[in-house]
Design a protein around this ligand. Structure first.
Ligand code: DQA
Length: 146
């Protein structure tokens, strides 16, 4: 089984970006832990980050072409603005879990809306980097049941 993890804009700055909100782990550390967690389940985890909306749309299409089984996406700020990312997920029809490090619902009101959530199987937020581990477990549970 293969899962693609997609990180949106500014998440390349994790480690130094607003550590009080996003923690002090780097994206490279998080990706490494996710790959290792995948291996424990005989699952290949591929990670991708981009600051560009179109590149994220292209990566979603590519994942579908490559036969990826499911997606874990933190669209970051594009969560609240991007119809294009939502349409890409709906278009490829891959089971997708939306993840946020912070509890977006406890923050500014512009972060309360997610364009992606209605086409995702689940939304997870507020657990920091551990949320990605939970998302992986949840997605594998979903995929093994369907
Ligand atoms: C975020 C929350 C978004 O509102 C914000 O724009 C981000 C990160 C999170 O992981 O908590 O860049 O997606």
């Amino acid at each position: 089984m293969k899962i693609c993890v997609i990180h949106g804009p500014n998440l390349n700055l994790l480690g130094t970006r607003e550590p009080g909100i996003y923690g002090s782990e780097t994206l490279a550390d998080m990706n490494e832990q996710l790959r290792a967690a995948g291996l424990e389940h005989q699952v290949e985890v591929e990670c991708f980050q981009s600051n560009h909306e179109g590149a994220i749309v292209d990566r979603i299409h590519q994942a579908a072409r490559e036969g990826v089984d499911g997606l874990i996406i933190n669209p970051a700020a594009y969560t609240h603005t991007s119809v294009a990312i939502r349409d890409a997920v709906a278009g490829v029809a891959l089971p997708t879990v939306e993840v946020h490090l912070s509890n977006v619902h406890a923050r500014e009101s512009f972060r309360h809306q997610s364009f992606l959530a209605p086409v995702a199987i689940a939304q997870l937020c507020g657990f920091g980097s551990f949320g990605y581990r939970l998302a992986l477990d949840g997605l594998l549970h979903y995929l093994r049941k369907v």
